[in-house]
Design a protein around this ligand. Structure first.
Ligand SMILES: [Zn+2]
Ligand SMILES: [Zn+2]
Length: 159
């Protein structure tokens, strides 16, 4: 069994009932092929989880965090993105025949669900001018069109 860089709970060691699992998975457990844009992990998933065996159930609670490097979907600048789940809760069925439980896929799913489809370098990013391509965060331009807020221009068309 390949265990390197994965999150594997040793159920035999949990006989006392409860344990804190703290560590970082290997970065390459994340496969981002299905995601749009350029986004790459800077490290693995950093986890701090309280793992508790309750009869036939394993209760897992805690925090997950992973850092990525990606390009802003509006202005294309490269920036660091932190994806965090501060309130991860999940439960798994266990029995006496299982000695190990691999939770890597579960925590990976949570991180992928929390990844923004259109990452932005900041909430107030102005993006690029659609006409001349200048970065409107850095300077203005002479284009006649009103830049305004891109999010509302689609609504203007509807009116
Ligand atoms: Zn931006
Ligand atoms: Zn312009």
């Amino acid at each position: 069994m390949e265990t390197q860089g994965r999150l594997i709970v040793d159920l035999d060691r949990l006989e006392e009932g409860e344990e804190i699992y703290e560590g970082e998975t290997s970065p390459d457990i994340i496969d981002l092929d299905e995601k749009v844009g350029s986004i790459a992990p800077k490290g693995g998933i950093v986890y701090k989880l309280n793992v508790q065996a309750l009869g036939t159930e394993l209760l897992v609670r805690g925090t997950l965090l992973q850092r990525f490097i990606c390009n802003c979907s509006l202005c294309d600048v490269c920036f660091d993105l932190e994806v965090k789940e501060g309130d991860f809760v999940d439960s798994f069925e266990i029995n006496e025949e299982i000695s190990f439980l691999d939770l890597t896929n579960e925590i990976r799913e949570v991180i992928i669900l929390n990844l923004p489809a259109y990452p932005r370098c900041s909430e107030s990013c102005k993006g690029l001018c659609p006409q001349c391509g200048v970065d409107l965060n850095k300077s203005g331009c002479e284009c006649k069109t009103e830049h305004g807020d891109n999010r509302w221009s689609a609504l203007d068309v509807l009116e």
